[in-house]
Write a protein that binds this ligand. Structure first.
Ligand SMILES: Cc1cc2nc3c(=O)[nH]c(=O)nc-3n(C[C@H](O)[C@H](O)[C@H](O)COP(=O)(O)OP(=O)(O)OC[C@H]3O[C@@H](n4cnc5c(N)ncnc54)[C@H](O)[C@@H]3O)c2cc1C
Length: 433
């Protein structure tokens, strides 16, 4: 089966750019053209209009995880038990929320400023469960979310099924004011298509390492060429080790998702002609599901710690899992109704916090989106560009203070530990896939 991302197919591709050949010189180099790298490029271009800025990607730009995600713009996370108001973790939750809210504002502003058409809906979304036992401490969660500025209310039973068009979910917290949904491939394609003239993009250009030359110059080596720059921003997320940075405290995960054909008029009517929605699970390995504005259903219900890509036959197996999840929510859907199935990579950390750092003189890097890089990547791109330009601001300082991804054991201990943890989480999420 083909690994084809439905969001990318529906968004269409931008015209292809050159592959890097020979030696290029630039003032600034950005490695990785996803949301983070492209937002860094926009910011650098605004701050340094006379500079030559180069951005490279090893595949088509804007077609990695940034196009393949579920399109949740995360302004408010579902609070964990120790983050509830009155608990020691609440202070950290407040700071993290102020960063996420700034990040979601940044998405809204970028979309408006650049005129990006990406089905952006500031509708909020649901933290919903099939097993009500998986949504505990509801009153404390509502109080916590409201204390940090969210709009939040609890739904269950018929009022909930009327909103979602399925009785699968039995309890939910709807959370708005910063939480939004968008079509991810259209968003990141919009960031790409509006790059200013002083930004040059090379595609299908795999950077295999960074090398320090004399006089403060850094060379990034690709397969058929190289780029020499004084400042390098590494925006590789799950692929950060490819730049030679292997102590970021982050690890890669591979997720898979499917998107159905649009529901027919009769099917749509049968589910109550509901408004588009998005559901996040309260369990890390539970399903993420959306009903899109064009009446398709998207499901992402596999996530695994992997250091090599899923094969086609492995992806076919994951698709069976998507079918099960779809049928639990909408029994009239079957495998034939799936139009696209794909995978994507993200980077995670033990603490849930990112790696955001000046690595060396002239080298800056970020990784560890932990599944909320649509908003955070948008903000981090700008902040990394500002850090590299010597600027400072309260939000940059706040991000740098929180950027503590935590210690990871060396491999193979990491592999074993991560695999075991994922198995436990999979069992805990059994009712929620
Ligand atoms: C299935 C899935 C669902 C998700 N859902 C959500 C969601 O709903 N909301 C949310 O906020 N986040 C979500 N995420 C996470 C989100 O997609 C990421 O946080 C975000 O895309 C990170 O953007 P980025 O630019 O940092 O990284 P990427 O988009 O991964 O960009 C990195 C780029 O670097 C390139 N690259 C890699 N190696 C090299 C190299 N050697 N040389 C040159 N270029 C290289 C890659 O090709 C890629 O384009 C999801 C992720 C996945 C996979």
């Amino acid at each position: 089966m083909t690994n084809e991302c439905g969001w990318i197919a529906l968004a269409g591709s931008s015209p292809a750019r050159d592959v890097l050949k020979g030696t290029q010189k630039a003032d600034w180099l950005i490695v990785g053209a996803g949301i983070t790298g492209l937002c860094a490029a926009h910011t650098l271009a605004e701050m340094h209009p006379q500079a030559r800025i180069v951005i490279v990607d090893r595949q088509r730009a804007a077609q990695g995880a940034s196009a393949r995600n579920s399109g949740f713009v995360v302004g408010h996370e579902h609070p964990a038990k120790d983050e509830l108001i009155g608990n020691p973790g609440f202070a950290g939750f407040e700071v993290d929320t102020s960063i996420s809210r700034a990040a979601s504002d940044e998405v809204r502003q970028r979309i408006a400023r650049l005129g990006i058409e990406c089905e952006f809906r500031e509708s909020g979304y649901y933290f919903a469960v099939n097993d009500p036992g998986k949504l505990t401490d509801v009153a404390a969660k509502l109080a916590t979310l409201r204390a940090v500025g969210a709009f939040a209310h609890f739904l269950e039973g018929e009022p909930l099924s009327k909103k979602l068009g399925t009785a699968h979910y039995r309890a939910a917290i709807w959370c708005g004011n910063g939480n939004a949904l968008l079509q991810p491939a259209k968003y990141v394609k919009g960031l790409l298509d509006t790059l200013p003239a002083n930004v040059t993009l090379f595609e299908d250009t795999d950077i295999t390492g960074l090398e320090r030359l004399g006089k403060g110059c850094i060379r990034a080596n690709g397969t058929d060429g190289s780029i020499e720059a004084r400042q390098v921003l590494v925006c590789l997320n799950a692929f950060i080790p490819r730049s030679g940075i292997d102590d970021s405290g982050t690890f890669p995960m591979e997720l898979s998702a499917s998107l159905t054909r649009p529901l027919s008029d009769a099917e749509f009517k049968s589910i109550g002609a509901v408004e588009p929605w998005g559901v996040l699970s309260t369990r890390p390995l539970g399903a993420t599901v959306r009903l899109t504005p064009d009446r398709r259903v998207m499901i992402r219900n596999t996530a695994e710690y992997r250091s090599r890509d899923l094969s086609d036959s492995e992806l076919l197996h994951r698709r069976k899992h998507h079918v099960l999840g779809l049928q639990r929510r909408f029994p009239f859907l079957s495998e034939q109704d799936i139009q696209y199935t794909w995978t994507g990579h993200l980077s995670a950390s033990r603490t849930g916090q990112p790696y955001f750092s000046k690595v060396d003189e002239g080298v800056f890097a970020v990784a560890g989106c932990n599944g909320s890089g649509v908003a955070r990547g948008t903000l981090w791109g700008r902040l990394l560009a500002e850090l590299a330009s010597g600027a400072s601001s309260p939000i940059l300082e706040s991000v740098m203070r929180r950027a503590q991804p935590g210690w990871l054991p060396p491999r193979p201990l990491l592999d074993i530990g991560a695999m075991l943890r994922m198995r436990v989480e999979a069992v805990r999420a059994k009712t929620e896939i």
